[in-house]
Write a protein of this length. Structure first.
Length: 677
């Protein structure tokens, strides 16, 4: 080597790259923002990891997926399989909630390279005497790395390869799978290349991935019109909610409500005598965010509601967390430094010009006392976690700082990794996605306003087929107390049924504001508004749950279909199918094992019968082109025998605006007769 080149060559000492590490590892997926944020999975789900791993020349590689729960000692490893073009794939199972770490390591595997070339030489009839001696040296080196038992076996095999006495036997030993397995257990990893980042996956319980939410105002739960409802009334309503198949009962704020600048019916600026105000104007003489509105009951009443819901009905109670205060909140006097003062000395109330919300004071997250404010707000979660609540819907998180949410969610999950946070952020996409990356478990979406076939197809493709699916879990709500879309105002009962099927089958998690939804409440306060007339946000309402036109039975059927069909419990498996009518939408979901396939066709027109020819992607459904299959409509129990991928669909919104087919393939039983599975 010329002297000037020798001086520039890396020495391989401390802090310098070892030039003998020849493998490149890159392109690891999934990876969010260069590892800044974790991807999301739930217990029982697998995580599939892919990476590019390659080296110069033609040497064989060994590529391993390394993974462990955060805090665990040592890595668990699994072999990654080649996909071609230097791409590798591995998978790991996640059996507990919390934060897990994973990375990829690869190295030139001298033994695999040697054995591959030995096989070629043997097949070509070449002399392999020297090659066997090279292999013996590799095996002997592995014996030195191995434990006592394997070391003895490897040393004996090395002697057999090196003896030269029976070359045919030595060749057979060299190519035997037993030797290959032993060498794989004790590889030479001195020059392995590890991906420079340890990536994270946050693992939730199944409810984070698959859930159905029902929202109701507890103060409107009383069976007698005009009486303020109680937790006991909500408890009496639990069988109704459970019968519809919901997993989570979400309650808007249950705290004392301020009287200063209290809003009246239909958001009137001035309240009249007896007006109950907005539950989001939190705080009064009875306390703040950790107190309960006296008319609802006592803390023990609430604890009993949580227990009864969970233990007797399989329901989790979700609470609304709204970080704002009424002018009567105790913190306004106790901690004026947590609010923003105006030049005239008054506290800045909430505004979204030209709208004014004088009954609400936002917290000042730029206050000099921000650290104390953060701790106090975390204390609100701590309190309700102590009362047995594990699910929270967070109001307007996009109006609070990103660093606050990242800190708070991390702190809560340290002791309560099972906690679910639903982000109610109807705002710009990048802001919604950032909140999801920071730790929010699920997120509200634009689904309510996506009504046409192109809008739904484009939006769902973004949510399920791009990187967004790795960290953003959509929760589809056709309505909320704040959202009564124009479509719901004018579409009648058929559009409520249509939006029910879309929400519950397009997304693994969905929710509805009831009883307004099942009773088809579509009256707006005025034309062009999405506010309800006589909104429950400002007054008590009485609902006739026994109305004959209620959608409760259909909702229960759809939720049962979701529970009985694993294909509907995930978002990543969504595929759209072509249908030659823009008023018809067709899509399918298939379970990971391929045994459960659901095909949905929905009439997007709530006023007219629509029909069209459907062209199925049979490969996506796991059906052979010449294989007959049964389409079993789970909504009506009708069954059709289909051949091939082309079928005719006609849907009348006046009866049932959708088909939810379970596709059943013909198989032979052990008794040699055909049936559909």
């Amino acid at each position: 080597m010329p002297e000037d080149v020798a001086k520039r060559a890396p020495k391989g000492g401390h802090g310098e790259a070892d030039g003998r590490r020849r493998v490149v590892v890159e392109g690891v997926e999934p990876e969010i923002d260069a590892g800044r944020f974790p991807v999301k999975r739930t217990v029982g789900e697998g995580l599939v990891v892919e990476a590019d791993a390659f080296t110069d020349g033609h040497d064989a590689l060994a590529v391993r997926l390394l993974h462990r729960p955060e805090g665990a000692d040592g890595w668990t490893e699994s072999e990654m399989e080649p996909l071609g073009n230097d791409r590798w794939r591995g998978a790991l199972s996640l059996d507990r909630p919390g934060r897990w770490l994973y990375t990829v390591e690869a190295w030139v595997d001298a033994f695999r390279s040697w054995r591959r070339d030995l096989r070629k030489r043997v097949d070509a009839g070449q002399d392999v005497g020297v090659d066997l001696r090279i292999g013996a040296a590799l095996v002997r080196a592995a014996a030195e790395r191995a434990g006592r038992s394997d070391a003895k076996v490897l040393a004996g095999l090395a002697d057999d390869l090196d003896s030269g006495r029976d070359r045919d036997r030595a060749t057979r030993l060299a190519l035997d799978d037993e030797l290959g397995a032993l060498m794989d257990r004790h590889p030479d990893r001195r020059r392995a290349t590890r991906y420079p980042r340890e990536l994270a996956v946050w693992v939730d319980l199944e409810l984070a991935r698959f859930s159905a939410w029902y929202e109701m105002f507890p103060r409107s739960a009383a069976p007698e019109p005009g009486r303020h409802g109680t937790f006991a009334d909500v408890e009496a309503r639990l069988p109704y909610v459970a019968e519809m198949g919901f997993d989570i009962l979400y309650l808007p704020p249950i705290h004392p409500i301020g009287t200063t600048h209290r809003k009246g019916k239909n958001n009137a600026v001035t309240a009249e005598a007896g007006d109950v105000g907005s539950p989001w104007a939190i705080g009064g003489e009875a306390g703040g965010h950790t107190a309960i509105h006296p008319d609802l009951g006592t803390p023990e009443d609430f604890r009993r509601l949580v227990r009864t819901a969970r233990e007797e009905h399989g329901l989790e109670i979700a609470l609304d967390i709204a970080f704002q205060a009424s002018p009567d909140h105790p913190w306004v006097e106790e901690h004026p430094e947590w609010f923003r003062a105006r030049p005239d000395g008054t506290i800045q109330y909430a505004e979204n010009p030209p709208k004014k919300y004088q009954d609400i004071y936002p917290f000042d997250f730029e206050s000099d006392a921000w650290r104390e404010l953060w701790q106090a707000l975390k204390g609100l979660f701590d309190h309700w976690l102590g009362e047995g609540v594990r699910v929270f819907r967070v109001d307007n998180p996009h109006t609070k700082p990103f660093p606050f949410w990242e800190w708070l969610i991390r702190e809560i999950r340290r002791d309560h990794p099972e906690t679910i946070f639903l982000s109610e952020a109807f705002t710009r996409p990048k802001v919604m996605y950032r909140l999801a990356k920071l730790g929010f478990t699920q997120s509200y979406t634009y689904f309510a306003w996506r009504t046409s076939k192109p809008e739904l197809t484009e939006y769902l493709t973004e949510l399920t087929r791009t990187e967004v699916a790795e960290y953003f879990r959509p929760n589809f709500w056709p309505n909320t107390p704040d959202i009564l879309t124009e479509q719901l105002q004018y579409g009648g009962r058929p559009v409520f049924a249509q939006r029910l099927v879309l929400a519950a089958t397009l997304a693994a998690s969905w929710g509805m504001y009831g009883p307004a939804f099942e009773l088809g409440e579509g009256r707006a306060v005025k034309a062009g508004s999405e506010e309800y007339l006589d909104s429950e946000k400002y007054q008590l309402r009485s609902w006739d749950l026994e109305r004959r036109d209620s959608l409760a039975e259909l909702i229960g059927r759809v939720n049962r279909i979701r529970r009985e069909n694993p294909a509907l419990q995930s978002n990543r498996n969504l595929r759209f199918h072509r249908i030659d009518n823009d008023q018809l939408l067709a899509y399918s979901k298939t379970s990971d094992d391929g045994r459960n396939a659901i095909l949905v066709a929905v009439n997007l027109d709530p006023h007219h019968v629509q029909s069209g020819w459907l062209d199925l992607d049979l490969a996506a459904l796991g059906i052979e082109p010449d294989q007959p299959f049964q389409a079993h409509d789970l909504l009506t129990d009708a069954r059709y025998l289909w051949h091939g991928g082309r079928s005719f669909v006609q849907l009348d919104p006046g009866s049932v605006p959708a088909h939810v087919f379970r596709l059943r393939r013909k198989v032979k039983s052990e008794r040699d007769f055909d049936y559909y599975m």
